[in-house]
Structure formats: C-alpha cells, structure tokens
Design a protein around this ligand. Sequence first.
Ligand SMILES: Nc1ncnc2c1ncn2[C@@H]1O[C@H](COP(=O)(O)OP(=O)(O)OP(=O)(O)O)[C@@H](O)[C@H]1O
Ligand SMILES: [Mg+2]
Length: 411
Amino acid sequence: MKLGIDFGTSFSTMCVLKEDGKPHVLRDADGNEKIPSVVYWGDDGVKVGQAASDILGDVPSMDDDEKVETLGRLVKSVKRELLPRHTIALPDGSVITPVEVVAEILKYLKRNAEDLYFHAKVSDVSLTHPATFTEAQKKLLTNAAKQAGFSNVRLMAEPIAAAMGYVASGAKIGKGVLVFDLGGGTFDLAYLQKGTDGEYHFPVPPLGDARCGGDDFDQIIYDWADKRMKENCGSGFSETFDVDLPFLVLCRQAKERLSRSDSAKLRYYSSSTSQSYSEMLAKDRFEDMISAKVDATISLVERMMGVLEEKNLPVDTVLLVGGSTRIPVIAEKLKKILPVEPIRTIDTDTAVVMGSVYEIPAVEVNTSRPAASSVEVLDQVNVALGRDEKSRDSDLLRQVQVALLRRQLNK
Ligand SMILES: Nc1ncnc2c1ncn2[C@@H]1O[C@H](COP(=O)(O)OP(=O)(O)OP(=O)(O)O)[C@@H](O)[C@H]1O
Ligand SMILES: [Mg+2]
C-alpha cells in the first residue's frame, strides 16, 4: 500500500496504483483533486487546503488588526521556502519552519487518503520534487514526510514522474520525449528515450529553474498594478504588508483569464489605503511583462536541444505539463524552436502524481563523455532518477553503480 504525492507550489495531488496497474487520482473530503497547498496556522489549530484558502476570501472585509493577524498566519507557496535554516514568523512572535508547514500538508493528504480510500494506515509514500532540488532540500522534504507519519519515503523527480504519468494515461508518445513542466513555482525540463527493451531511459540529466512559475507571473502583474496605483494615487495597495494577498489572488485570476481572452479587467478596492483601482490589462502587454521569465525557459530548452543533438538523441514528442503551460505564448515560442508541436492531454494537472506511483525503469547513463569521477556519474544517475542518497542502495542503482565503477577501473 503506497500513496503517491505531488506536493506542488500551488496545488498538491495524491494518487494510488490500482490492482489493474492503473493510477487512480484521489480527492480529499472537499471533493478536490487539486488541493491548494495553503496552510492557516491558527492559534487553536491548523487548517489545510481549501479550508485555508477560503479564509483569504474573508480578508477584504476585515479591519486592519484582524487582517494583520489573519494574513500573518496564512502560508502559501511554502515549497519555495523549503530551504535550510528558513523560518516563518507568526504575528504572535513565535516561529515555525517550512518543514512543519509541509508536514501539515502531507499529514492532511495522508489522513484523507486513509479515511476515504485505504480505510487503514498508510506508511509508504512516493513523493515528487523538482529536478532542481538540492540534496539538502530533498532531505527537508523527506523530514516533512517523516513528521507527517510516513515511515518509508521514496523520492522521484517531477519531469520523470510526469512522463511516466503520460504513458500511464495512454497518451501516444514517441521514442524521444521532452517534458516541459512549468507549474506554480518551478520549471523542470527532462528528456526520456525508449530503449529496445520498451522501457523509457533517461540518457541526460534534467534541467530546470527552481524559481520560475505562475507565482512569478502573478507578482509581475501585481507589481505593475501597484506602480500604476502609486503613480495615480500616491500610495500602493498596502502600506502594512509587502503584498496585499487578496489583490494578488485577483492578479492570478486575471492572468488565467488572459490565456482565454485578449484582455482582463483588474478591479479592486484596497481597504487598507481606502483606494479603488480599475484597469484593463491587455494580453500583449502581459506577454511583454513576462517575456524575460518565459525566454529563460526557452533558453534552457535550446540548451537541452544542443546537448541532445550532440549526442544524436532525437525528439519526436514534447509534453507540456503544469498549469502555467496554458499560457498560449509559451507553446507558440516552443513551436518555433522545436522539431515537433508540443502536446498537452487532459491529464496535464495530474500527470506528475500519476507517474509517481510507478517504479522507475532501468537507467541508461550518458557514457559518451568520460566522467571526471564515478561519483560524478552516480550523481548524474541520481539527479536523473530523482533519488536521494539513502535510496542509492536499491538493487537497480547498485547494478548501475557496479557497472560504472567497472568502467572506471577498466579505463
Ligand atoms: N489557464 C491558465 N493560464 C495561466 N496560468 C494558469 C492557468 N491555469 C492554471 N495556471 C497557473 O498554473 C499554476 C499552477 O500550476 P500547477 O498546479 O501545475 O503548479 P504546482 O504543481 O502547484 O507547482 P510546481 O510544480 O511549480 O511546484 C498557478 O500559478 C496557476 O495560476
Ligand atoms: Mg507541479
């Protein structure tokens, strides 16, 4: 009995492998497949998911003191805070750690899966993480899972899980697959190749950017509107906070509307500054505003394509994963530099979690370039597999390690 979890910056999802070998995405008690990765750290208890996210809706009608208290206790996008020695200060002066917050999210998912699906305790989890996560971050994520009550924790890189999720969902994909995953907070890029044994292999390590995603696009809109507000009224959206969270939510909604229409209206009354704001944001303007971030992802794709060309590894399928790939200009830019059109199936939001429940197939390591050391090659394998150090002793990895060390010794 194992639970697969994709702990995302904006949303988390959970999945199990059914007896027929198919993945089954679970819903929480609120009926959500996509569970907001939001925690409200209340004085008398913690709220997670939709219940925490809903509190934001009440904030605009609160007085300033209540606002400070409430917003100071709401933690969103904690995945980006999952860094060593990072802490979160609460309004009463106490301090919590990102690991504690992540543990609450994982605990919530575990409890829902146990109560609504397993009807028993579950101790094994397969947890996905961005390809760019450092060993220290993977350790923090593992610690959070342990705090949440999981005793066996397996880690897996998100783009690899996504590709396996697409395969599991029955999508027709070719032999050389590029996964482009742009979510709420992170960007991941990975290449998979189908071997003669029919399994997908990972001949080159994934690339990515740990701070690139929908959160950045929301903030870009917010900063733009805040500047306009200051120009027109002398002050921005909030004098008390760095960010007026309810307005940031409106920026996010406007961003999502711009994927479907040519303009979006931003209308808001800031109770902290008693000022109204109303402005139309055109799609072209938004695309200009986010172009530096988007172009950074395109540059990584070009870099990956260069590596693949050098190694004679063809790309015949490009998979789009993650909510931010719904922004049309991203696919348009990708089409210009890729040999095939990127595809996205209905499983884009759950591709990562659907793949998380599978065992990782055999690995093929890049052998064309002599490695500086066997450790470097092993790190490549571990990055590609998304393995943490502790899992290096698995059978598969041991086989790879032995083969690599032999090759080193024979040089
Ligand atoms: N139609 C849309 N247009 C633009 N952005 C969208 C759209 N739908 C969702 N998004 C954005 O996608 C992001 C969430 O995507 P996703 O659920 O893939 O992220 P995540 O898995 O939580 O994050 P990550 O994988 O980066 O940790 C949010 O920023 C959301 O605003
Ligand atoms: Mg994601």
